[in-house]
Design a protein around this ligand. Structure first.
Ligand code: AMP
Length: 172
């Protein structure tokens, strides 16, 4: 099953810059049965876990967060690039596999004591999700797990996230 999903992810060499092999998940997302299988496998893992909110990271994380939250009966919370969220925000700066970036969350997006699942499409170096988890922690919530559809295990992103439970569906 997982091999089937893996075959729907293609390598794009030198994107977005030289030396990076970009894992393009759009063929998987665009194939109805693969998309359903991937979402079902991830949602089933958290069924009955009492997740209050699912937090998704801009931009590809948004392709998963909404459908997962819906399946879990949870609310959706976006983490976005600076300047995109309209209300008061908290900000975190972090390093990427290619460059640095910042991200923001609305100050009132989560309430202390809520059980939260964080979702992104892909775990590379772990910098992005590490920053997201820090941001979410500032709001006093409990992080149930960090979930990714894809993991590039050779980049050791898990090491950066060792304080949290990490789940990845497809590993390269
Ligand atoms: P990182 O912070 O290094 O774990 O990078 C994770 C974020 O960058 C994810 O949101 C991915 O969408 C994107 N990303 C980083 N490296 C790759 C890659 N080789 N292929 C596809 N997406 C990547």
């Amino acid at each position: 099953m997982i091999e089937e999903l893996k075959s729907k992810i293609r390598d794009i060499p030198d994107f977005p810059k030289e030396g990076i092999i970009f894992k393009d998940i759009t063929p998987l997302l665009g194939d109805a049965s693969s998309f359903k299988l991937a979402v079902d496998l991830m949602a089933d893992r958290y069924k009955g876990a009492g997740i209050d909110k699912v937090v998704g990271i801009e931009a590809r994380g948004f392709l998963l967060v909404s459908v997962l939250a819906y399946r879990l009966g949870a609310g959706v919370v976006p983490i976005r690039k600076p300047g995109k969220l309209p209300y008061d925000t908290l900000r975190e700066t972090y390093e990427l596999e290619y460059g640095t970036d910042s991200m923001e969350i609305h100050v009132d997006a989560l309430e202390p004591g809520q059980k939260v699942l964080l979702v992104d499409d892909l775990l590379a170096t772990g910098g992005t999700m590490g920053a997201a988890a820090k941001l979410v922690s500032k709001l006093g919530v409990g992080i149930h797990e960090l979930a990714f559809m894809v993991e590039l295990s050779f980049l050791n992103g898990r090491e950066k996230l060792k304080d949290y439970n990490v789940f990845t569906l497809i590993t390269f």
